[in-house]
Design a protein around this ligand. Structure first.
Ligand code: IPE
Ligand code: IPE
Ligand code: MG
Length: 246
């Protein structure tokens, strides 16, 4: 194992892939040029996660709020998703990657939904690395859809409202079956969550970098993991308690 010890490698990493527009603007190119360039960075982080032994990688590709962007940009992004699904899935499959899409998938048109479904089915048996792509995803949407499932269980008489606790509601949140989120990375210099994994981020370590997404590479991820390995995760306890427990 390279670099950090296995215990210091985050099991689950999430990334807000931000900065494509500014990267393109600096090159006097349209924003879609930056989104296209971001594909290479996705390949880089997937390779780095495979090498480091990360179990799950969750990428924010399109937020609930991104539907408000100019129509041509939204269209370019949809086209990019289709091309990426056509071209990259087989290679990911070859690396043992299991793909999953999270978010309000009903917002997409049928051909794209079918491509996403086909990619999930095709890679469902893989176990080396779980890659989740968040599309039309919002952390508030996630909490709402989990609450709806809880309410439906109550309506069916399978659950009592007073028995809903954090563990119970948490089981309906996206990614509940995966290791808890350890490391939350945002590229592009902004220090905000932008409605990404609100529930799941509760005790993740946050890492912000000015690097624009298309420039993010394997060395950048290594740097984030090294930073993570130096953190002391206390979960509300004291440093002394943590030291005695380990
Ligand atoms: C992130 O890059 C990609 C998406 C939101 C789809 P941006 O497009 O937000 O890039 P900046 O923040 O304008 O540079
Ligand atoms: C967050 O980036 C969404 C994705 C990276 C997909 P934005 O660029 O949309 O976030 P804001 O608008 O700066 O908060
Ligand atoms: Mg942005």
């Amino acid at each position: 194992m390279s670099g950090a010890e296995a215990a210091q490698v985050p099991r689950h990493v999430a990334i807000v892939m931000d900065g494509n527009g500014r990267w393109a603007k600096a090159r006097h190119r349209p924003r879609s040029f930056g989104h296209n360039a971001g594909r290479k960075a996705v390949r880089e982080v997937v390779e780095a996660c495979l090498r480091e032994g990360v179990q799950a990688l969750t990428l924010f590709a399109f937020s609930s709020e991104n539907w408000q962007r100019p129509q041509d940009e939204v269209g370019a992004l949809m086209g990019l998703f289709v091309r990426a699904l056509d071209k990259e899935v087989e290679e990911l499959h070859g690396h043992g990657v299991r793909l999953r899409f999270i978010g309000d998938l009903s917002a997409f048109d049928e051909p794209l939904r079918q491509l996403m479904q086909a990619a999930m089915t095709h890679t469902a048996g893989n176990t080396r690395l779980q890659v989740n792509i968040a599309v039309s995803y919002g952390g508030r949407w996630d909490i709402v859809q989990a609450s709806r499932q809880a309410a439906a269980a109550v309506a069916r008489g399978e659950l009592r409202a007073e028995d809903i606790d954090e563990t119970c509601l948490g089981q309906w949140m996206s990614l509940a079956d995966l290791p808890p989120l350890d490391l939350f990375i945002r590229t592009g210099g902004e220090c905000r969550i932008s409605n990404f994994l609100l529930w799941q981020v509760a005790y993740a370590e946050l890492y912000f970098t000015d690097t624009l997404w298309p420039d993010f590479d394997q060395a950048c991820l290594r740097q984030a993991i090294e930073d993570y390995a130096r953190r002391e995760r206390r979960y509300g306890r004291t440093g002394e308690q943590v030291a005695t427990a380990s």
